[in-house]
Structure formats: structure tokens, C-alpha cells
Design a protein around this ligand. Sequence first.
Ligand SMILES: Cc1cc2nc3c(=O)[nH]c(=O)nc-3n(C[C@H](O)[C@H](O)[C@H](O)COP(=O)(O)OP(=O)(O)OC[C@H]3O[C@@H](n4cnc5c(N)ncnc54)[C@H](O)[C@@H]3O)c2cc1C
Length: 342
Amino acid sequence: MPESILVLTHADETGSTLTKGSLEVVYAGKELAGRFCAQLTIGILAVDADAAAKSLAGSGARILGVSGEVFAQARYASDAAACEALCNAAQATIVLVPQSSRMARVAAGVAHRIGGSIDTHITSIRGNSDIEVSRWFYRQRIEAVVTRSPRPWILLIESGVYPSLMGAGPDVAVEKVAIDVSAPRTTVIGTRAPAKGTQTIRPDAKMLFVAGAGWTKKQPDGQVHASEAGDLILGFLQKTGASLGSSKSLVDQGGDGEPVLPFLTHLNQVGQTGSTPRHVKGLATCCHGEEPHVVGWRFISERRAISLDSNCGWARGKADVVYVADAFKVMAKVNELLSSKA
Ligand SMILES: Cc1cc2nc3c(=O)[nH]c(=O)nc-3n(C[C@H](O)[C@H](O)[C@H](O)COP(=O)(O)OP(=O)(O)OC[C@H]3O[C@@H](n4cnc5c(N)ncnc54)[C@H](O)[C@@H]3O)c2cc1C
């Protein structure tokens, strides 16, 4: 049976612009539809689906949309009902969905409602005669390739795997899909989020800045300079918008009663027992570059490190460039240059 592909997309907080993750999945859908000569449909969930569809100009896909103020906020009942209606309207066999928190929350329920299967955290879609998807298990050490014959099959695609589709051309026509979510039981009364600037984990940033335990160790003058370290790191993050990662040793230190950087938590930890972020560039500072840490850098394309130790793990082939230097001095100079540039 020929495949019919639906890409489910959603708007960001403006309600009228598709998220970056959505446009990446549109790119994946277009590529897959071309490979399997399949029909491509794009479903939009937005306050204003017509406005959101502007970025899909030239995609060549059939566009379906659900619109309304009710989609201004993520809410299980309305989002699941919208996705179900879009899946039914498209009669799709393959449904590609961004692995955003909004979609991940409803996707399994939608799979159940449409009698389909679901796989999450997909990092590639391959195959020519059968669709093969891959995902990582066991802290990114085992890559599994999955095929399934039952349809529909919902696939949640990780962000940063595909480029974003850059639409251009005349406005596209959106076919309205009607659903009744007039009286949702859940009312969203607001959002509580960390104050702007205090959130240091930024998955969409181009650069990852990793702080290692060296920042809080005794320096050549025999003293610990934890507060200066904190200022240098936060200054760099503020000027560049980079995301902050950490080694395990540094985030564990609080529990060991050693000097800590107060803005770091275990959520910042990168590595085998931490996260495996996806940024184009990475800069490790005061970090030794041991294998359990560097395994978390699997998806970082360009790696640089600053360490006093010319024999550290980074210098043994784990980084593209290693600066054997004092990170306090280097980062102070970098921040100074960034300030003068601004
Ligand atoms: C089962 C297991 C799982 C683990 N999982 C993880 C994980 O998920 N993530 C992780 O990070 N680790 C993990 N580890 C720990 C890992 O093996 C290392 O112990 C840890 O990464 C070391 O952290 P570090 O490099 O920051 O500290 P250190 O090894 O103490 O290195 C500090 C570095 O800073 C340098 N330095 C000091 N001062 C300066 C300065 N002024 N300028 C420049 N450089 C300076 C030193 O030369 C040194 O190289 C795991 C270990 C095990 C056994």
C-alpha cells in the first residue's frame, strides 16, 4: 500500500508562527514523501493557521489547519482532539511530529485514539523499500533501527536532526478542519517560568558552553576563585546566548561540601549519566574530557576546549581545537572582546 505522510506542526507562543522543530519535521516529511513517492499533508495547530502556513509556501503539500484562541496554550484535551482530527482528515499512514514538550504530551494518546503505533526520540528516517527509523537507547550507547508494518505509525522526531524548511512563494491555501473544543475542562491561567536570564539550559542555542570542576579548584595562586568563575561564566552566557552544560564532577560538588556555582544543577550535566545535547558548537572549559563526559558530546559538531592540562582527554583526539591555557584569563579576555563588539 502506498504511504500517505502527515506532518503535524504547531505554532509557538505567538500563535501564528510555526516552531523551528515543526519546520524541521516538515523538511523531513518532504524528503520522505519524495523518496517514497507518497502524498504529503501538513497539519497545523495554531491560533491563526493561515498566518502560520505562510512559512510553508512552496512545500507542495496539502495543508490542513485547526485554528482558534483555544490553541494559544498547550492543553491536553484540545491539542489531542486537534491532532486526532488532523490525522483522520489526512488519512495518513505515517505521521511525523516534532518531539516538543507540547506534542510529546499528547502523541501517545492520539496514537491510541486512531488505533496506531508510536515511536519517540527518532533521530533518522532511512530506507527505500521499507521505512526504517532509528533512536538511541542506554544513554546513547546503542542505536536501534526500527521498522513496523501496522499503520498508522506516529514518529516523534528529535529537534536539530533536520534543517528547517524555508518556505518561499505565494500564500498557501489552508483547508480548515473543524473540531469541537468549545468547553475544555482545563483552563490555563498563566505560566510560571524562571525569570528571563536565569534559565541556562537553552536547547536552541548554537553553542554549548561546558563548565568543568577546574573552575572551583585551587588555582596556581593556591586560592579558590568560585565567585569570579561564576561571574565569568554567566557573563559569557549573557553575551552569547549559549547553553550551559557541566561535567558531573562540578554538579556533584554541592553534595560533597565543596565550592559550588549556584546556578548549576544536575540538569546541566552532560555525559553518560547526563544529557546528550545538540548544538553546532561546543566549548569545554576547566574540564578534563574523560570518556563518560565526552560521550555526551556525540552530536556536537565543532568542539573546542580550554584546559591547563596538555595531556587532558580533549587533547587526545576528543576536540578539534584545544587551548592549553588558563580558562580564567581566556574567558575574561573573550568577555572583554564580546563587550567591546556589542
Ligand atoms: C559510571 C560513570 C558515569 C559518569 N557519567 C558522567 C557524566 O554523565 N558526565 C560527566 O561529566 N562525567 C561523568 N562521569 C565522571 C567522569 O568520569 C569524570 O570524573 C568527570 O567528567 C570529570 O569532571 P571534570 O573534567 O570537570 O573534573 P576534573 O577531572 O577534576 O578536571 C578538571 C580539569 O580542569 C582543569 N583546570 C583546572 N583549572 C583550570 C584553569 N584555570 N584553566 C583551565 N583548565 C583548568 C584541570 O587541568 C583538569 O583537567 C562518570 C563516571 C562514571 C564512573
